[in-house]
Design a protein around this ligand. Structure first.
Ligand code: GDG
Length: 485
């Protein structure tokens, strides 16, 4: 990394997200090194950024306190936003992850409403907007991401009438009845409507948003077009709300399966588990939205009633650590670990687990080996914007074997119709689906996997980003070439 070469106000394309696409690492000599964090959004944006001369990314560098100076990495200019410890607690862990996250995921746990958290959310959003507004070129594009930054589009719009602003919501948008619980709900809607184009994962999310705008703000809506009245003499602005299901870098994931070291690792994994006939896999952030408890309950009952023999069949649950300072996540971890301990205590044969529980993260290659080794993958989310794990499993099976059990409550269920679809709240149905998946003949697996792969390989994250930006680009040119305020 090196200091930013460009002067401000010349980036054609600016991404704003809570986190920067890099993590800082402190070297033994005390110096800081930046490592790219390989998330889906980063991958998607990399391909977009390659096509623009000067792309910028505005976000938090991940450590509270003084922000590093802007710097260049991976051909992008990175603009770190400062968050104090108190912002992390109130804006991020509080309002974003203990108010919005549970509310937007259909109140699986109770959202907490605290007025102090809102003040901090507002202030933090302002800081992101203030960092982003001056760095976009005249007439440039600013793409804001996710529920932590819903006030940013309007805040940027107030400073820059010349730029195009897009917003993508990675998580569900709740029904108007649930959304109405949110204190300051109208400020959130007005914040979002500062954008020209609002993207959602599934059609139902888009419809929920539009219904909230109509009911709570009373704005006129015609199909996907929302008419936002101007303040004072300002003209009406037209805002589009549309559906863009996110995806993965499908070709890269699929190609990893050809790597001989990864293939060998997949076989070794199976041997390490005592050569079971069947491996069933779950991969999730340790989050209450992912339905890990429901999955373990079903698995425990299948072992209890003898439908599954732990000598033949092993379950691996990767539960990546997440939001460990938020109370609901601590409780979840305790419950999951208690349940895994009980299942293993009652059912694990000597020397091998009934459930191999992994509370840490794996690198991409190891993850691919896991997908290649898994006969069945369980995605039992109670609510999930999309769920990329489901798509990654499909991309990891060019051999056309393996079965995906997929919750109807994950956005991916709209596209991945050939999966074994389940309602994870119905434990009997979930148990039956697991048994069906384990018993599925090879030809039937092949037929389903072929159809799933068609969907995932054709619709990758590059196409998703391209589609969003093209639709944003196609919107009517913003008025004038106002210089940044
Ligand atoms: C949000 C929305 C939406 C997990 N553990 C490890 C690891 N992962 C990777 C997975 C996958 C990603 O993290 C998780 O993505 P998901 O989509 O499954 O879920 P969220 O984190 O909740 O993401 C979601 C998404 O945003 C995108 O819009 O789909 O609905 O909630 O890629 O593979 N990766 C590695 N090691 C791990 O241990 N390397």
């Amino acid at each position: 990394s090196s200091p930013v070469q460009h002067s401000s106000a010349e980036h054609e394309m600016v991404v704003v997200a809570n986190r920067l696409p890099v993590d800082s690492r402190t070297l033994p000599d005390g110096a800081t090194e930046w490592v790219t964090s390989p998330g889906g959004l980063v991958t998607a944006m990399e391909s977009v950024m390659r096509t623009v001369d000067s792309g910028a990314w505005v976000g938090w560098a991940g450590a509270p306190g003084e922000a590093p100076a802007p710097f260049e990495a991976d051909g992008m200019s990175l603009y770190p936003v400062r968050l104090e410890q108190e912002d992390v607690e109130r804006y991020y862990e509080g309002y974003s992850n203990a108010t919005l996250w549970p509310l937007y995921h259909d109140v699986i746990v109770d959202p907490e409403f605290h007025r102090g958290w809102w003040d901090s959310y507002l202030a933090a959003n302002r800081r992101f907007a203030e960092a982003a507004a001056p760095v976009a070129a005249p007439g440039g594009t600013i793409w804001v991401h996710d529920y932590q930054l819903q006030l940013v589009p309007r805040m940027i719009r107030d400073k820059r009438s010349d730029v195009r602003i897009g917003f993508f919501n990675h998580i569900p948008f709740p029904s108007v009845e649930l959304f109405s619980q949110l204190p300051k709900r109208n400020s959130i809607l007005r914040g979002l409507l500062g954008a020209d184009l609002l993207g959602f994962q599934r059609e139902s999310d888009t419809l929920n948003f539009v219904a909230a705008v109509r009911k709570l703000l009373g704005y006129h809506v015609d199909g996907t077009t929302i008419s936002v009245p101007g303040i004072g003499a300002a003209p009406v602005r037209e805002v589009q709300a549309r559906t863009f299901p996110i995806s993965i870098d499908s070709a890269t994931v699929s190609e990893l399966t050809e790597d001989s070291a990864i293939r060998a690792r997949a076989e070794e994994l199976r041997r390490d588990l005592g050569d079971p006939e069947r491996i069933v896999l779950g991969v999730d952030r340790l989050d209450y939205t992912k339905g890990i408890r429901h999955r373990l309950k079903a698995w425990g009952e299948l072992l209890d009633d003898g439908s599954i023999d732990p000598h033949d069949t092993v379950m691996i649950q990767v539960a990546t650590p997440s939001r460990e300072r938020v109370e609901a996540y601590r409780q979840l971890r305790d419950e999951v670990e208690l349940t895994v301990g009980r299942i293993n205590g009652e059912h694990a044969p000597l020397g091998r687990p009934a459930v191999s529980y992994q509370h840490h993260s794996f690198d991409r290659r190891e993850m691919t080996a896991l997908f290649m080794a898994a006969d069945v993958v369980l995605v039992t989310a109670l609510r999930d914007g999309m769920n990329l794990v489901a798509k990654e499993y499909v991309a990891s099976r060019p051999d056309l074997q393996g079965v995906l059990v997929l919750s109807e409550f994950a956005g991916a269920a709209d596209e991945l119709r050939a999966a074994v679809l389940v309602n994870p709240h119905d434990i009997d149905e979930l148990k039956a689906a697991i048994l069906r998946a384990l018993a599925m003949p090879a030809e039937e697996q092949e037929e389903a996997m072929r159809s799933l792969r068609h969907q995932v390989m054709e619709n990758d994250v590059q196409a998703w980003a391209h589609d969003f930006l093209q639709q944003l680009e196609a919107m009517h040119t913003p008025a004038g070439d106002t210089a940044p305020a």
